[in-house]
Design a binder for this molecule. Structure first.
Ligand code: GLU
Ligand code: MG
Length: 433
């Protein structure tokens, strides 16, 4: 932990942030000399932080109102140097006496990893961060995965990689995506909580570097109506006693029985947690067939339209076999999104759910009895599934589900029937830290 001796007279400061139910990072800043206090006492945060909506409306509920105080406490062993005297650490929400708050989404993810551990399981998570740059000198030449695209923004990319090295953010690769000025950054896999922290940090760094160049980064699921969506795909893998569950087994493509049950558990739970993974009032514009957003509720080896894409263990896959969950978009709280996926997989493993048949073609081609369901996108279906989900109650606890429902119900009732181009424009930078 840095102390006042390190201030250098330049106003060094430490930022602690959490992510709310709308997927927005909210922060407090303390002078670096007060870091110890930020760890041990925390900074005040009203319980209403949990019911901020995307437009800063407060969707009060019985448990989240104007009364009470929580503390935002930074995690002392995860302080990152963002440069220019700014340090960042993920924060937890606690009660005033220091006990964890039931509204803490980071805590919810930690509890899910502890449950996995109690079954002898570990999980690794790698995040893909898609974003779209706006402003600056207009870029007109752009090809998906284009060399022209990465050269057009080489100053941005260079600064981002330098900032990532300083902040110990493990960027593995960057490429241009299909949309104009759309990029993807892939992060190395890590333990689940660290991976979610990294996803939050990645957005902060991308946004910060963009600002230094007069650009703005959008993390909206649909920055321009009718354009390319931004995803926040998560790659997950599991091991038991050091042995991977997704390779080396007797099942299809080397899945073990437990690995197959994990796939089944995720597929089973996806409708229940779509509100968590892709629950904003813009998410339905992206979560559709043909968008490579995993809208079809099925799995398949390297199937990019499947909700669960199995990436098998090959020489081209140095981190080993994993499952890519594509439905997740950047409006999702990364802690809750990962908790949902890992918790669903664990549920599948505990229940020894059978692996459904693989879909090895574009699911859009399957009709009649073979047709594959798509994930829900109607507000009544998405919110109804969360409301009646015993899995969500079990994974997140009633307080988080209450806050999630209040926020998502408001956002959908307020914005789903508005013209999509206006809503997309209004919230283009709503998830930009
Ligand atoms: N942009 C797509 C999405 O919204 C993903 C494209 C890809 O497969 O990387 O999820
Ligand atoms: Mg991508």
């Amino acid at each position: 932990m840095r102390s006042e001796r390190d201030d250098h007279g330049r106003g060094d400061r430490i930022v602690g942030s959490i992510v709310d139910m709308a997927g927005v990072s909210r922060a407090k800043v303390l002078p670096i000399a007060r870091s110890t206090s930020f760890v041990e006492s925390g900074a005040g945060a009203s319980p209403s932080w949990s019911v901020f909506c995307i437009d800063d409306h407060l969707a009060f509920t019985p448990a989240f109102s104007v009364v009470g105080d929580l503390r935002l406490r930074i995690v002392s062993d995860d302080v990152r140097d963002l440069g220019n005297g700014t340090y960042w650490a993920p924060a937890c929400l606690t009660e005033q006496d220091g006990t964890p708050s039931l509204a803490c989404t980071r805590g919810a993810l930690r509890r899910v990893t502890e449950r996995l551990a109690s079954s002898g399981l570990t999980a690794r998570v790698g995040s893909e961060i898609e974003f779209t740059l706006f402003g600056g000198v207009a870029v007109e030449e752009w090809a998906a995965y284009g060399l022209n695209a990465v050269l057009a923004q080489e100053e941005f990319l260079g600064r981002l990689l330098a900032a990532a090295a300083t902040a110990e953010l493990p960027i593995e690769q960057v490429h241009a995506e299909a949309g104009l000025n759309q990029f993807e950054v892939s992060l190395a896999p890590a333990d689940a909580v660290r991976a979610a922290d990294d996803a939050v940090l990645a957005r902060a760094l991308i946004s910060r570097v963009a600002r230094t160049l007069g650009l703005r980064a959008s993390f909206s699921p649909m920055p321009v109506a009718g354009g390319s969506g931004n995803g926040a795909h998560q790659h997950v893998s599991f091991a038991e006693g050091g042995r991977p569950l997704l390779s080396g087994g007797p099942g299809p493509h080397g899945l073990t029985e437990a690995g197959g049950a994990a796939v089944a558990g995720i597929l089973r739970a996806l409708p229940d947690v779509t509100a968590v993974l892709a629950g904003s009032a813009l998410s339905h514009l992206r979560l559709r067939p043909g968008m490579w957003s995993g809208a079809y509720r099925c799995w398949g080896l390297e199937n990019r339209e499947a909700a669960v894409r199995l990436c098998a263990d090959t020489a081209g896959n140095p981190h080993g076999a994993n499952l890519e969950i594509k439905a997740v978009d950047p409006s999702a709280n990364p802690y809750l999104g990962t908790a949902a996926i890992l918790g669903a997989a664990h549920d599948g493993i505990l229940g020894a759910h059978p692996l459904p048949d693989e879909v090895s073609v574009n699911p859009a081609e399957l009709t009649g009895a073979d047709a594959v369901d798509v994930l829900p996108t109607l507000p009544s279906d998405v919110l109804g599934a969360l409301r009646s989900s015993s899995l969500a109650q079990d994974l997140f606890g009633p307080a988080i589900v209450e806050a999630l429902l209040a926020v998502k119900e408001y956002e959908h009732s307020r914005y789903r029937d508005e013209p999509v181009d206006e809503v997309a424009q209004r919230f283009r930078f709503a998830w930009t830290p």
